[in-house]
Design a protein around this ligand. Structure first.
Ligand SMILES: [Zn+2]
Length: 204
């Protein structure tokens, strides 16, 4: 299945899990896997052929998330930020794509998903969006934002540490919610991007 899923539904499903399992920022994602009755294992997966690394896979028939030992260092680095994001991605497939089946999706070989990082495919982007919503829920992030307008990477790093995600993932999440933007100097700033010319919509 690669049907369109409204972003609000993805956010709501993540919020449901937070309520159901009483999650908190930086929560133990392996404990969440237990709660969802999913197992976790490491395997050496050769992903050298093809574009994009395979960090994780889901084997729905065995309720199993597989992490690629080949990228162990990257997955374990910086407070396991990449590991948590990858597991969140596979949980996204489990919740949104397994119930209807993967059908003829090229991202499923009949037994396991073939997730490659950087894929622009809808099914992969949905899993990415779910992972972001799960690790950094909208309401929890809103409550953690600085009270006044801010600029620079320091606030982004602080939020990233609180939610145990990478600074890049946090910046993307903030931008996606319209709570930060990066002007041409590349330095993050609070608030949505100023849209030059937007005022013209209301002119004449
Ligand atoms: Zn995937």
């Amino acid at each position: 299945m690669s049907d369109f899923i409204p972003p609000a539904r993805i956010e709501a499903r993540a919020a449901d899990l937070w309520r159901q399992f009483e999650l908190e920022p930086g929560f133990d994602i392996e404990a969440l896997l237990d709660g969802l009755q999913l197992d976790l294992t490491w395997e050496l997966l050769d992903d050298t052929a093809g574009d994009g690394d395979i960090l994780g896979q889901l084997i729905p028939g065995r309720n199993l998330v597989v992490l690629n030992e080949r990228h162990l260092e990257r997955l374990e680095a910086r407070g396991r930020a990449q590991l948590r994001f990858t597991i969140g991605h596979e949980i996204g497939h489990w919740l949104f794509h397994v119930p209807g089946g993967f059908g003829s999706s090229p991202f499923f070989d009949g037994e396991r998903t073939l997730c490659r990082s950087g894929s622009a495919a809808q099914i992969e982007r949905q899993a990415e969006a779910f992972s972001a919503a799960l690790l950094v829920p909208r309401d929890s992030l809103q409550a953690a934002l600085p009270q006044t307008s801010w600029s620079g990477w320091a606030p982004v790093y602080a939020l990233a540490e609180k939610f145990a995600v990478s600074a890049t993932a946090m910046q993307i999440r903030l931008e996606g919610l319209g709570w930060a933007h990066r002007p041409e100097d590349g330095k993050p700033r609070s608030g949505p991007e100023e849209a030059p010319g937007q005022g013209n919509l209301f002119d004449g």
